[in-house]
Write a protein that binds this ligand. Structure first.
Ligand code: HEM
Length: 464
């Protein structure tokens, strides 16, 4: 190929592919670059308001589309899932921390690891670890609030509290390990890694992992710290020895599966990253909504009073329907996973348009959950929506859809119910004087910027 032909081919590959879908121009994107980066959630809301359910972004090469029609999302994530893989910048960035673990893997062989891990999330196992999750919640609530929540109330950053519980619950339930010795180091390393992953996922030019940029160096340091945490957990378990098996928790299943230590490490770090930040953020927003809606909180406390026995990770929709509806509605308004991305292997039809191989799509639960159809008054907090017929469920995907649906869904929902029960049975949360909501910041999870300061008051049990 001549130099001129090569230059022409390069120039063509740098042109956006027009598939006849409206969207912002390159100039608009360039002008809005800083604000888009600072607040991608508002950007997504603005472009879908302006261009509708299918929006095209002016990127070089194959099309990049934002899909906000529930039927299109279902097509990509479920019906045609085989054609839409996780081969995207976001997942490549995540894989720099987690390796090709379950969450980031774009390979069809992901299914083998999913099958190996699945028994750790089966119903029987979740029932068995309910005590551990309850203990994680009780210990953290006790340590934070017994000191600091007198009868007249005290302001507490509940986001920090839910982070501690989230990490401890993963450690106890999935690895039968007390992570408290390395909790701060793991929390710091995962939050550093998460921040850097987001930065890499949003950067315009991909940087090779070996280039000594500041981000790469910091990422390497976070990864080293996570590696050493994971290595310690694996070594401790191996040191216990195995009679016939290493145990029936997730770590035992992985060690018995014949995976290499490197592969076990990837799954372990995946579960730490995917399993604590999301639940912690979801709980912090749930507590905020309950503090803003005291009547909903009183109803929840009354429901708990009618159910004095220990709460398990399962059966809460029957036993504590209001509590569960509150969680469902909080995950609608503040879905921790705010954007899912996929790339097509082969040509397909999306929203009636033919799209070529290599098309990137972004599906945002944050946007989908704010659609006026089917959600009436979508910004209002109304847990009742989830008590009845299931209206709106087609546009509800806090845990994704299809074969890549969150493996930790039942664990996460159960953990959230357990934590609310442990905290709110004997405490009330209210908003501090001069309250304004923390900004929703889109990192790996949508989390409250600067924490979630709420006033926690001891009630001594029963509705406040
Ligand atoms: C409220 C809490 C949680 C939310 C909102 C959430 C959300 C999600 C979503 C949306 C996906 C699909 C991503 C995609 O399709 O691109 C996902 C996948 C995943 N989640 Fe969760 N998650 C939560 C809790 C957890 C927990 C507690 C764990 C583990 C302990 C976990 C582990 C995973 C894993 C391993 C995957 C990848 C599954 C696969 O591809 O086979 N998540 N999660």
């Amino acid at each position: 190929m001549s130099v001129t032909t090569r230059i022409q081919a390069f120039q063509e590959s740098m042109q956006p592919t027009d598939v006849g879908v409206p969207g912002p121009t390159s100039l608009e994107m360039a002008r809005g670059f800083r604000s888009i980066r600072a607040d991608p959630l508002s950007f997504l809301v603005a472009v879908s308001g302006r261009f509708g359910d299918l929006v095209s972004f002016p990127v070089p090469g194959a099309p990049a589309l934002l899909l906000n029609d529930p039927a299109d999302a279902r097509h990509v994530l479920q019906t045609a899932a085989r054609n839409w893989r996780k081969e995207t910048v976001q997942y490549a960035a995540l894989a720099r921390v987690t390796g090709p673990g379950l969450l980031a893997s774009a390979e069809p062989s992901w299914i083998e690891h999913r099958r190996l891990a699945a028994p750790a999330f089966h119903h029987q196992r979740l029932l068995a670890v309910s005590d551990q999750v309850r203990a994680a919640a009780r210990d953290a609530v006790g340590a934070t609030l017994d000191r600091s929540a007198p009868a007249h109330g005290r302001t507490v950053d509940v986001a920090a509290l839910t982070h501690t519980i989230g990490l401890d619950a993963v450690g106890r339930a999935l690895f039968s390990t007390d992570l408290s010795g390395q909790a701060q180091a793991l929390l710091d390393a995962t939050s550093d890694a998460a921040e850097l992953v987001v930065r890499l996922g949003r950067s315009v030019l991909p940087t090779a992992a070996w280039t000594p940029t500041r981000t790469n160096l910091r990422l390497r340091s976070a990864r080293r710290r996570l590696d050493s945490g994971a290595a310690e957990i694996i070594a401790q378990r191996r040191a216990r020895g195995a009679t016939s098996t290493h145990g029936d928790d997730l770590l035992g299943l992985l060690l018995d599966s014949g995976m290499t230590d490197g592969e076990v490490r990837d799954e372990l770090v995946t579960m730490v990253v995917a399993g604590h930040e999301t639940v912690a953020a979801g709980l912090a927003w749930t507590l905020m909504l309950l503090a803003e809606h005291p009547e909903a909180q009183d109803r929840l406390r009354a429901e708990l009073a009618d159910h004095p026995g220990p709460v398990t990770l399962l059966d809460h929709r029957d036993q504590l329907p209001w509590t569960r509806a509150v969680i469902d509605e909080a995950l609608r308004l503040f879905p921790p996973a705010w954007a899912l991305s996929r790339r097509s292997d082969a040509a397909d039809v999306i929203g009636g348009r033919e799209v070529p191989p290599g098309t990137l799509v972004i599906i945002s639960p944050w946007l989908m959950h704010r659609r006026e159809d089917p959600w009436t008054e979508p910004l209002a907090f109304r847990p009742e929506r989830f008590l009845d017929s299931g209206a709106g469920r087609s546009a509800y995907l806090p845990f994704g859809l299809g074969p890549r649906l969150c493996i930790g869904r039942e664990f996460a929902l159960g953990e959230m119910v357990v934590v609310l029960a442990e905290l709110l049975r004997e405490h009330r949360v209210t908003v501090p004087a001069g309250w304004s909501r923390p900004r929703a910041e889109a990192k790996v999870a949508v989390h409250p910027r600067g924490g979630m300061p709420l006033v926690v008051t001891r009630t001594g049990g029963g509705p406040a």
